[in-house]
Design a protein around this ligand. Structure first.
Ligand code: HEC
Ligand code: HEC
Ligand code: HEC
Ligand code: HEC
Length: 186
């Protein structure tokens, strides 16, 4: 008798509305994947701080745009805080002479938002892995009928100036207290 009573309870719904089953999704709507675009692309976080945590930020246009005030001779020590550790690349292989844009090897220029086309130019295998979902990861929805998958941008994980992923520091294994005790009392 009891199982039947339970079944009856299910049919009339849950008493807690938050536990109701979600409405059925329509099989026809598929959301296209979205790629995350970091909000601070094209912004330079200067080494100067407004308060202990907030760097002073300035858009590239401020100093490199067509209306930027220029005075004095060009200097090559301005962004010295950037330590480039990326093969033997130099600034101009990625930054166009118009510093507000990125640049491919064939002199095509791109806005910062299209940074992944820059990475793709030299990192075919990883880009292919990314396209096959085996590099880069994502958040958002797995089921594209429910919502879009939000894929990470290459520069979410890799600093373009020093892209090597930091090594994970190995730590000691969990302490085996039983083992230590036998050590102390052989
Ligand atoms: C506060 C002013 C300022 C801002 C903001 C700024 N720059 Fe610069 N940048 C300079 C100056 C000054 C130089 C030195 C070259 C010159 O005098 O023309 C320079 C040089 C460079 C160089 C050449 C470096 C070299 O060693 O040849 C690159 C590349 C560059 N900037 C990229 C950028 C990018 C990209 C941004 C935005 C994300 C940016 N800059 C924002 C002032 C600025
Ligand atoms: C492999 C390509 C690449 C090279 C080489 C490179 N950059 Fe960049 N740089 C980028 C990209 C992409 C961004 C925007 C992504 C971001 O800010 O996370 C950027 C951002 C910047 C910024 C603003 C953000 C920051 O990190 O300070 C400055 C300033 C800058 N670059 C200057 C330079 C200078 C100067 C050099 C040479 C010493 C250089 N870059 C070399 C690709 C490159
Ligand atoms: C113009 C060619 C070029 C571009 C553009 C470029 N890279 Fe590279 N990248 C290289 C070279 C060369 C190396 C060094 C390979 C080596 O040392 O074996 C490298 C190395 C790397 C590495 C491995 C670092 C390590 O030591 O493990 C990563 C990660 C990386 N790049 C990510 C990026 C990302 C992300 C972008 C886009 C912002 C990018 N690259 C753009 C040429 C490029
Ligand atoms: C979710 C973070 C993440 C994203 C997004 C990501 N990578 Fe990586 N990438 C890694 C990690 C972690 C490693 C280091 C793997 C290792 O050490 O075994 C790596 C390694 C690399 C390497 C070094 C060679 C290798 O395979 O070990 C290159 C080159 C590279 N990534 C390029 C890219 C490019 C290009 C993109 C964008 C299409 C990208 N990555 C997006 C996390 C990411």
């Amino acid at each position: 008798m009891l199982p039947l009573a339970l079944l009856g309870a299910c049919a009339t719904g849950f008493s807690d509305p938050s536990r109701e089953l979600a409405p059925e999704v329509s099989a026809t709507t598929a959301h296209a994947d979205e790629i995350h675009v970091p909000a601070d692309l094209g912004i330079w976080n200067t080494p100067l701080k407004d308060d202990p945590d907030q760097p002073q930020a300035a858009a590239c246009e401020t100093c490199h745009g067509p209306d930027a005030p220029r005075s004095g001779p060009p200097r090559d020590d301005f962004h010295d805080a950037i330590e480039l550790e990326h093969g033997t690349l130099n600034c101009n292989q990625c930054h166009d002479a118009d510093r507000t844009r990125l640049r491919l090897a064939d002199a095509t220029t791109l806005p910062f938002t299209e940074v992944m086309s820059l990475c793709r130019q030299c990192h075919g295998p990883q880009t292919r892995d990314y396209q096959h979902w085996s590099h880069g990861g994502n958040t958002g929805y797995w089921d594209d009928r429910q919502g879009a998958a939000l894929r990470n941008n290459c520069v979410d994980c890799h600093d373009p100036h020093a892209p090597a992923f930091p090594l994970v520091r190995p730590v000691f294994p969990p302490r085996d207290r039983g083992y230590e005790e036998t050590e102390a009392h052989p």
